[in-house]
Unconditional design. Sequence first.
Length: 209
Amino acid sequence: TSLYPDKLTDDTGKYVLLPLPYAYDALEPVIDTRTVELHYNFHHKPAVAAANKAEDGLALARETGDFALVKHYEKELALGLSSHILHTIYWTNLSIKGGNPTGPLLKAIEKNFKSFDKFKVHMAAATTSVEGAGWGILGYLPASGKLMVLQCENHQKLTTWGIVPILVLDVWEHAYYLKYQNRRPEYVNNIFNIINWDNVAARFDAATR
């Protein structure tokens, strides 16, 4: 489906990993099968476990009154839960269907970036130049009514409060290194061929309501 639901938790409130919305090989040849398999099982999945462990640690601290590890668990929660959120969006942002944005999303892109081509160059440049590990993010800020391109280092740094991510491009090395090695720009340029713009548009619609 174009709008794959972002269900981050189960009925008990524990963070849970959703099944991928497609097979491991569905994004070939842009993203290889083995990368998707490793990325999902050995990077996204542990982030879910880390977020749960951090919340358990904070709950225990409240119960016992011992907050000696509060800094540790707060940092772990920020990292792990941000990873879970962004990965959940990332998987649904991708589809071999490809294409270009249309309708209200395209109009908003043209309003904020002058043209889709100018947005694409900006998004690619920002994503490619993220220092170390991180993400390129297209987000909507309800307080200003603007679409914004952001860089994100790790999963939680350089964010803007209130931004609603609608398109996220993962540039941690585990997202591309098996196929592209150090050629991050090639990966970023190719990933534009498999963006599920229906999903991005649905996220934009939800954010603007």
